[in-house]
Write a protein that binds this ligand. Sequence first.
Ligand SMILES: [Zn+2]
Length: 257
Amino acid sequence: MPTYNATGITLGAHKYGDAARVVTFFTRERGKVEATARGIGKPGSKLAAAVEPFTLSRLQFAEGRDLDRLTQAEVLQGYVPLRQDMRRYAYGAALLELTALTTEPGQAVPDLFEALVAALAALAGATDLELIFWAYTLRLLQTQGNAPEIEHCVHCGARITGQVWHLAVEGGFVCRDCSPQSNGRAQVSGAAVGALRGLVTLPFDRLDRLSLSQGVRREVGRVIRAHLSYHVSGELRSLAFLDKVSRAKGRSDADLS
Ligand SMILES: [Zn+2]
């Protein structure tokens, strides 16, 4: 059977018989790849580490009639901190689920692959995990052509300065001249638009340079969630888990203060 090589991140796996898994990878060369991996439960399995979520590996597949088969794997990076810390895990799982939902087999998206590698590396070490999640979400929307337009008013094309109104269905923001009444649109401050610009331009390991007030954070979070739910169909289970973990952290921070 013909074989091929790819570098990929494991998005998820489910059991298939006693010792096999069906594993979903996001690869640099071929986009999403679904493949069987056999002998996973056996001691000394060389493939076992590579089927764990988050893992970055060099992979070899054999083409199959239905599903391809994972034949070799060399782990390049395991992002171990993501498995040891509930919040890092929750944010990482959200990145993987978003990627799985929005990519297709056979369609490589090299920019998104590089962004996912950088985002997972940043999640393993950073303190401000929310910024990494937002930055990745915006880059994912960008690769689909669905990122919010943050430079110009989507009605008149004027350069955006100061306060604007956001509507996901219109693909971005409307300026004050075009929206004298809010008409149900969410008001967004100039500082929040500035934060969105930082999120799409700063490298993942420099995102901590953005120092956002709680108010700006709320606005940015609202814009990104609204955009996501409009453009990404399907239920994002990991986001509900993320919210639960974040609320639990909020409570424990309050206990400490
Ligand atoms: Zn306008």
